[in-house]
Design a protein around this ligand. Structure first.
Ligand code: THG
Length: 619
């Protein structure tokens, strides 16, 4: 006889989400303000002598006035909330710095907050056991930003490092998880690089503990609302975080529901997970108050739900239990959103999205932001003439590059530092920041430094089996945690493959390892079967172009879903100084390679000859 299996909380949640739209709670801050607590009341006896005002740190109330917090949760549950957010928005080490609170308090505040939320939920669960309520651990963005400079006079300035951010988010994640949250809710995301650090921290924590809970991500935007977070449009944002298995993605806060409409419309169409939405009660007026009534808010949310966009809804600043009650009533019978299926295309992003579609002829990757590939760029970096170095990136894009390859591998340079500095600098250049980057180095430490400085979805150039399977898979896993596609070179423990069969064999081995052992998506694998120099005077070298083309043809058949790339200008090194010949060679090579299935090439964008226009004799 088999006894009925008890569902895990995550399974229960998933089943409910398939059936109906679930309700989040509304603003905690608005309810706390209504209590009109003064500084002394917020501090209680424990923090009476604290050196810094705590009135603006609402999370401390979990320790000093837990009954008030439980009561706020109860009111939202009574209004119809299925998911209660813990009062922990700022309770991370970096979030607490400005209040002069010791990082040791992180564990205590988060644990106390979970106890408050759990107590309120349990009271309701006992009354209506067939209607479970869930505790979501709220993780806020901190006041620091990593994707862009917040100092006008120093575009490379960043107040924290990626590692510091990961450490801070790990501390809060650990505290919430040990206290037993059902969900982690990373909300009010204002900076995608912060978010990537947060997801990196959560993913690593889950792996180390072999225990996970569903994760929700909710981003926000400001002013004009033309861009989403840190200058990104919503599609670019989604591609940058789509590597992480999420319960939902959505948006909150901002300028109220109406401002979210176009972003939400796009997000629900492209995201392959569920959609959440918990806006402010409209725009703040001159008094800093929010004007949308419960009925007005319910109307907006009802429209979004009617359109089939929503799975989880609630409210942010200015919303009250009355808002939640009105929204719950309006959306309760509406069919929830069905997430879109993956299109299995290669998606990349800078601040703009870039999707490689089958009808694309060739994706061009600008080669000149490479200290080994351009004497001029090398000199400018060495002489710290960054504005002119940036101009090279710019001219590659104007010349047609869809992606720019950045390489700082040079003995005289601190390659990690230069990689990070250049990536930070271009993050402030609208035209350049729009395109995805290809982070190019033969040193893993440089690649990782680059990954930690990129808010979009980049390409890592490159990893290979050169140092064995374990190291290959370790790096590939990390690339995935950072949200990157990878170039895999046809290189193994024996060296670089020059013959067609070796190229294919090595790539096939890498393909099996990546897809079978770590579930790396095939579309994010880009093979580079080595474009080697022809016409060197050594006879075997004369077949190198054909070998690459033939390997490309076979790999596209044998490894379904992958892409193929190559460094095109390598082919013609023997003709250095003769650009007419070199450009003709590149054009003829590309003409055949693209037909064989080459998807992208590292090229001197703007300097490509047109195949049809090459002098017949030269051809
Ligand atoms: N595969 C992958 N990555 C790569 C390569 C590859 N990265 C580097 C390289 N190969 C591709 N990039 C270049 C960049 C410039 C040149 C060639 C390849 C080049 N430069 C001129 C030269 O050396 O003659 C520089 C002239 C100048 O200084 O202006 O040809 O294969 N994954």
């Amino acid at each position: 006889m088999s006894s009925p299996r008890i569902l895990s909380t995550a399974e229960t949640l998933g089943n409910l989400l398939d059936e109906r739209i679930l309700m989040l709670d509304g603003a905690t801050g608005t309810q706390i303000q209504a209590l009109q607590l003064d500084e002394a009341a917020v501090r209680g006896s424990r923090f009476a002598n604290h050196a810094h005002d705590l009135k603006n740190f609402a999370d401390i109330l979990c320790l000093t006035r837990p009954d008030d917090i439980v009561q706020i949760h109860r009111e939202y549950l009574a209004a119809g909330a299925d998911i209660i957010e813990t009062n922990t928005f700022g309770a991370s080490p970096i979030g607490m710095v400005e209040f002069d609170l010791a990082p040791e308090l992180v564990a205590e505040i988060n644990a106390a907050a979970v106890v408050c939320a759990r107590q309120a939920c349990e009271e309701f669960n006992q009354r209506t056991p067939d209607r479970p309520r869930f505790v979501a651990g709220s993780i806020g963005p901190t006041t620091k930003q990593m994707a862009i400079s917040t100092q006008v006079d120093d575009p490379s300035f960043r107040p924290v490092t990626f590692d510091e951010m990961v450490e801070s988010y790990t501390a809060q994640t650990r505290a919430l998880m040990e206290a037993g949250v059902d969900i982690l809710l990373v909300e009010t995301v204002i900076d995608t690089l912060n978010l990537k650090a947060c997801l990196f921290a959560i993913g690593r924590y889950f792996e180390e503990q072999s225990h996970r809970v569903p994760v929700m991500v909710s981003a926000t935007f400001n002013e004009g609302g033309a861009t989403f977070v840190s200058g990104q449009v919503v599609e670019a944002f989604w591609h940058a975080i789509s590597h992480f298995p999420l319960l939902s993605v959505g948006m909150n806060c901002a300028l109220g529901p109406d401002s979210m409409r176009p972003h939400l419309e796009t997000l629900q169409r492209i995201a392959t997970t569920r959609i959440s939405c918990h806006p402010n009660a409209g725009l703040p007026n001159e008094m800093g108050q929010y004007d949308l009534s419960p009925a007005e808010m319910a109307q907006f949310m009802g429209e979004f739900a009617d359109a089939g966009w929503l799975n989880i809804v609630g409210g942010c600043c200015g919303t009250t239990p009355d808002h939640i009650r009105a929204i719950a009533e309006r959306v309760q019978k509406i069919r929830p959103h069905r997430p879109s299926a993956s299109d299995h295309l290669l998606h990349l992003s800078g601040t703009q999205p870039l999707t490689l579609r089958p009808e694309h002829n060739l994706l061009m990757i600008g080669e000149r932001t490479n200290v080994a590939g351009s004497r001029k760029f090398a000199r400018l970096i060495q002489e710290e003439k960054h504005e002119e170095a940036i101009e090279i990136a710019h001219s590659q894009i104007v010349g047609g590059a869809n992606v720019i390859d950045i390489n700082m591998d040079e003995g005289m340079l601190d390659s990690e530092l230069e990689m990070v500095r250049f990536l930070r600098l271009i993050a402030g250049e609208t035209v350049i920041a729009a395109v995805p980057v290809m982070i190019d180095s033969s040193k893993w430490s440089v690649l990782e430094a680059g990954l930690q400085s990129t808010q979009g979805k980049p390409i890592v150039n490159s990893i290979s089996l050169k140092d064995g399977e374990a190291e290959f898979l370790r790096r590939a896993r990390l690339c995935r945690h950072y949200g990157a596609a990878v170039i895999v070179m046809a290189f193994d423990e024996q060296g670089q493959a020059a013959e067609t069969t070796d190229k294919v064999k090595i790539c096939q081995r890498a393909y099996r390892l990546l897809t079978e052992q770590i579930g790396f998506p095939a579309e994010d694998i880009i093979f580079d079967p080595n474009i080697l120099t022809v016409a060197t005077g050594i006879e075997e070298h004369d077949n190198y172009a054909v070998n690459f083309i033939e390997a490309t043809r076979r790999l596209k058949k044998l490894c379904p879903g992958v892409h193929v790339s190559g460094g095109v200008s390598n082919i013609s090194f023997s003709f250095r100084g003769n650009n007419v010949v070199r450009e003709a060679m590149h054009a003829v090579f590309l003409y055949h390679a693209v037909q064989a299935g080459l998807d992208m090439g590292i090229v001197n964008a703007g300097q490509l000859a047109v195949y049809e226009e090459i002098d017949p004799e030269l051809k």
